[in-house]
Structure formats: structure tokens, C-alpha cells
Design a protein around this ligand. Structure first.
Ligand SMILES: Nc1ncnc2c1ncn2[C@@H]1O[C@H](COP(=O)(O)OP(=O)(O)OP(=O)(O)O)[C@@H](O)[C@H]1O
Ligand SMILES: [Mg+2]
Length: 414
């Protein structure tokens, strides 16, 4: 099918001037257009007129558009206007919606480019979508078509959900009367697959569960060659865990997905607000994990090679030392390591002395350099001191163990 409206043509008696085709979906073409009356750009969504004819369609479409226009929320694409346009060539009029233009890209494009998203990015997106769903459900509007292509990402990172209720207007199910598939069945809830008309908000929560699964794993939970098989899996196959796909997330995330993807709506979150609270708790835990000051006994590579500027400095628990004191503290480490190595290799000290001195050296190295984070040194001197201290700790640990082994051997022999 060609373009429903040509670039440069106008719609609604000259009010909207079509400037460019933004994209096409299963049911519509979306154009960028200029609202000549208000002097701003908008998105004009023209519904395909070659879909099976239904006389009640236009009325339902207008009614749904009015409901959508009543949804005013920062995470919902606002609907400004609706109408039907008679085209020059005749034929059935083309129903259209005029919406807020979201400059940016859709979540579908982001996922196509990135594959999957880290938890710290996926959870805030889910939260924004849930905020949109909570507002819509409170007004009795079920989205019915939550999927990546319907989540638009504005340039400032705000997620905006588009196409509220459109699927209901089009009467879309997995299979049309002629067996043709409209849209993707991958995000449909089991009750949608069954073709039930009395859907409630929990159907959207299932679709959001699929979306979150897709964001975190890079794939949908159920995929197959035919729409029928995907629909069957939604109805009867338990969703895989992320762990079974080799993706490690906290257990609470797996539980949240399992609950969102429950076959029976009664087993899902009761409403968007409840699911939002659960996602919020996960996001908070994830946030705390990311910014948690490391416990004193933890020592990792990051301590040896601190990133130049990224993470904020860890809180300083103790007063800072001067660089001179720091370097003086370092002398015993070097001496004791040298002593431990020589004593060990030449057998110039008794096993007990080796054990005690090495253990003391290990404790001092750990206490003075590895445990603390109030170093007055910066840059490469600090990295060098820490690296040598770490090596010293290993040498002391090994000689202390060797000393213990010698003591045990002596005890057994005696
Ligand atoms: N308000 C908008 N602002 C900017 N771009 C939009 C807007 N609405 C839709 N688009 C773009 O137009 C494309 C087509 O949207 P459309 O809703 O017709 O298709 P879809 O969501 O991919 O599929 P479906 O027909 O199944 O809903 C989208 O991929 C999106 O990038
Ligand atoms: Mg869409």
C-alpha cells in the first residue's frame, strides 16, 4: 500500500500539512505534520482503510479518541484531535488521530540496536510505563497493545506510551476471521489470545511483564514460527526463567516476572499501582547496590585500579593521613615482606617466628592499606602503593601458612 497522504498535502481543510512519513505499523501510517493553526508539529496517525469493513468502526474510533484525549499524563502520548479525511481519489474516508509528536525513537528501535538493557535502565522504563497504565486504568482505559513499538522515548529519556485503546477499536485479536494475523501476538495476554472482550488492566500488566522480560533478556518469553503456536504458549507453557537463559538477575526480579506472567489474571499483581510498588522496591534495591559503600573487608580490583572519575568517592571513615605518614607506614610492609621471603627461603628463623611475623605483617598491610580508603596519595603513587600492599598481603599470607605447616610438621615429628 502506498502512502495514505502525500508529503505537502493537507488534511482537515488545510489545518495539518503532511511533511514526512514517520513509520508504518499493522493498522496505520504515522506522519509528521505541521498544525498550521497552532504553528506546531504533530504526529498524524492515519488508519489503513483497506482493513475488513465494519460499519460501527468510525463511531468506536471517535469514542476511543475522545477517551484518549481525556488521558493527560506525562507518560502518555497526548491525543489532540481526530477526524476522517476524504481523499481526492474517492473511496472510503481515512480516519486519523492527531497526537503529540515525540521526537526521539521507540523502545523497539532501542532494543533492536542494543539487544537488551541492564536492570538499572529497564526498571525505570517499566516504572514510567506503569505510571501511564495506572492513570489510564483509573479512567477505565485498558491499553491492549503494550509492546516496544508503542513506547516512545523522548530525547530527555521520558517514556511515553502511545496507542491507548487503539487495538480495541480495531477489534484486533491474534487471528482475524480470515486467519490473517494482525500485529504481533508476542505481547498478548492469555485472555486476549482467547479473544475475551472483558479485559481489565491485568491484561496490560501481563504484556508489560513480556516487555520487561524482553528488555532484560533480549528475547520474548514465547516465540514460535506461527502466531497460533505463540498464542498456545501464552495459554499453556510456563515462561522460562531468566536464569535458564543464562541471565543473572536478583531472585526478586525473577519472582516479579513470574507473577506478571501468570496465566490466570487472579495470580498477577492486583493492579498497576501494586506492580509499580514492587518494581519501585526492586529499583531502590538496585540503586542501593550500585551506590553502596564497600564494606571494610571487601577488596577488589577496583581498589587497586580505581576508575579515574566515575563513582563518587567512598565515605571517609577515619581521618586522612598525610602522604608522608602514608609512605612511612609503608616501610614496615616492605621490610617485613623482605624479611619473610628471606627467612622462609634460607630457613634463618624458627617456624613460630615466621608465622607470627608474617601474620602481623599481613594484619598491618591489611589495616594500613587495604582496609582504609582515606589515602592521601592519588593517581599512580596510590595505585602503586596499593598494588605492592596487595602483593605483600599475598606473600605474608603464604609465608604465614607455610610457617604454620612447618609448626604442624614439627609437632607431628616431635
Ligand atoms: N506520537 C508519535 N510521535 C513520533 N513518532 C511516532 C508517534 N506515534 C508513532 N510514531 C512512529 O510511527 C511508527 C508507526 O507507529 P504505529 O503505531 O502505526 O505502528 P506500530 O506501533 O509499530 O504497530 P501497530 O500498528 O501494531 O501499532 C512507530 O514505530 C513510531 O516510531
Ligand atoms: Mg503503535
Amino acid at each position: 500500500m502506498g502512502e495514505l497522504f502525500q508529503t505537502g498535502s493537507t488534511v482537515a481543510q488545510g489545518r495539518y500539512r503532511i511533511t514526512e512519513l514517520l513509520g508504518s505499523g499493522g493498522m496505520a501510517q504515522v506522519f509528521r505534520a505541521r498544525d498550521e493553526r497552532l504553528g506546531r508539529f504533530v504526529a498524524l496517525k492515519a488508519m489503513r482503510h483497506d482493513l475488513p469493513y465494519d460499519p460501527g468502526w468510525a463511531t468506536r474510533f471517535r469514542r476511543e479518541a475522545q477517551t484518549m484525549a481525556g488521558l493527560s499524563h506525562p507518560n502518555i502520548v497526548s491525543v489532540h484531535d481526530t477526524g476522517e479525511e476524504r481523499r481526492a481519489g474517492g473511496g472510503r474516508p481515512v480516519p486519523y488521530l492527531v497526537m503529540e509528536l515525540v521526537a526521539g525513537r521507540s523502545l523497539a528501535e532501542l532494543l533492536d540496536a542494543q539487544g537488551r538493557l541492564p536492570l538499572a535502565e529497564a526498571l525505570p522504563l517499566a516504572l514510567q510505563i506503569l505510571a501511564a497504565l495506572a492513570a489510564a486504568h483509573a479512567r477505565g482505559v485498558v491499553h491492549r497493545d503494550i509492546k516496544p513499538a508503542n513506547v516512545l522515548l523522548a530525547e530527555d529519556g521520558t517514556a511515553k506510551v502511545a496507542d491507548f485503546g487503539i487495538a480495541a477499536v480495531a477489534g484486533r485479536t491474534v487471528l482475524t476471521g480470515t486467519g490473517a494475523v494482525l500485529g504481533t501476538p508476542h505481547y498478548m495476554s492469555p485472555e486476549q489470545v482467547e479473544g475475551r472482550r472483558d479485559l481489565d488492566g491485568r491484561s496490560d500488566l501481563y504484556s508489560l511483564g513480556v516487555l520487561l522480560f524482553r528488555m532484560l533478556s533480549g528475547r520474548v518469553p514465547f516465540d514460535a514460527d506461527s502466531a497460533w503456536s505463540v498464542g498456545y504458549a501464552h495459554l499453556h507453557t510456563p515462561p522460562p526463567s531468566l536464569a535458564s537463559l543464562g541471565i543473572s538477575v536478583p531472585g526478586a526480579v525473577e519472582s516479579l516476572l513470574a507473577r506478571a506472567l501468570a496465566k490466570d489474571p487472579g495470580d498477577r499483581y492486583h493492579d498497576a499501582a501494586a506492580m509499580r510498588a514492587a518494581v519501585e522496591a526492586l529499583a531502590r534495591a538496585e540503586d542501593e547496590e550500585a551506590t553502596r559503600p564497600q564494606a571494610p573487608f571487601e577488596f577488589g580490583l577496583a581498589d587497586l585500579f580505581p576508575p579515574a572519575s566515575s563513582a563518587p568517592p567512598r565515605p571517609r571513615a577515619e581521618t586522612s593521613r598525610t602522604a608522608l605518614v602514608e609512605l612511612l607506614c609503608f616501610v614496615p610492609v616492605l621490610l617485613s615482606v623482605g624479611w619473610a621471603v628471606v627467612a622462609q627461603s634460607r630457613d634463618t628463623a624458627g617456624a613460630g617466628t615466621i608465622t607470627v611475623v608474617s601474620a602481623c605483617g599481613l594484619a598491618w598491610t591489611w589495616y594500613a592499606f587495604l582496609r582504609r580508603d582515606d589515602s592521601a596519595l592519588a593517581g599512580w603513587p596510590r595505585t602503586l602503593v596499593r598494588a605492592v600492599a596487595a602483593i605483600g598481603a599475598v606473600v605474608h599470607g603464604v609465608t604465614a601458612l607455610a610457617g604454620l605447616g612447618m609448626l604442624a610438621a614439627e609437632a607431628l615429628a616431635g
